[in-house]
Design a protein around this ligand. Sequence first.
Ligand code: GAR
Length: 217
Amino acid sequence: MMKTAVLVSGGGTNLQAIIDAIRDGRITDTEISLVLSNNKHAYALERASKAGIPALSISPKDYGSREQFNQALLEAVQRSGAQLVVLAGFLCTIPPQMVEAYPNRIINIHPSLIPSFCGTGFYGLKVHEAALERGVRISGATVHFVDAGTDTGPILLQKAVEVRSSDTPKELQLRIMQQAEWKILPEAIQLIAHERVHIDGRCVTILPAADEAWQPS
Ligand code: GAR
C-alpha cells in the first residue's frame, strides 16, 4: 500500500478525483494518509473529512518565520508515513528540504502544457488568462515531478485540450480540469504505485504493466 500525502490550497477537485479513483479501483494499492492545506478555509479539507481522511491545516501565518513553516510542513508529511507527495493545487513553494527528502517522489498537476504558461506567477486562473491572451488553440495539463525549480521537473503525463475562441478563463479552466487534470493525475499515481515510471535526468519512461505480455517486434 503506497501511502500518499495530498497537499492542497483551495477547492480540491483534483483531490476529489484521486479519492474517486481510489474508490472505483482506477488507483489501486494506494492510500491517502494525509490531506494537508496551507489554508484552513480550503474546501478541500472538507472533502477529506467527508472521505474519512486525516486532514490538517498548517498556515505560514501560524509560524514566526518561513523556515519554521517549511519545517512543520516537512514534519507533518513525514509523520503521515507518505511515500509519495501529490501537489493538487498547492499554491505554496515547496521548500528545498522537502524536495531533498522526497527525490522524484513529489508530483504536481499544472493546468497547461509545460513549458508553456508555467513558472513563477503562473497558477490557477492566471494560467488560463495568459493562454487566452496569447491566443493558443490548444492548452491542457501536465503532471510532472517536482525538483528545486518552479515547474521544471521531469514530465510524467500531459493531455491536450482544445481552446475555443469564445472561452472565458473559467470556462477554459473547467474544460481542462474535466478533460485532462482529473484524468491524468489519478493515472500518474497509479503508474507510480505500480513502479511503472523510470526517470533518467529529465526524461521519463513509462514501463509496461506487469500483465502486458511482451510482443516480439
Ligand atoms: C488546478 O487547476 C491545478 O492545476 C492548479 O490549481 C487548480 C486547483 O484546483 N494548480 C496550479 O496552478 C499549480 N501551479 P483544485 O483545488 O480544484 O484541485
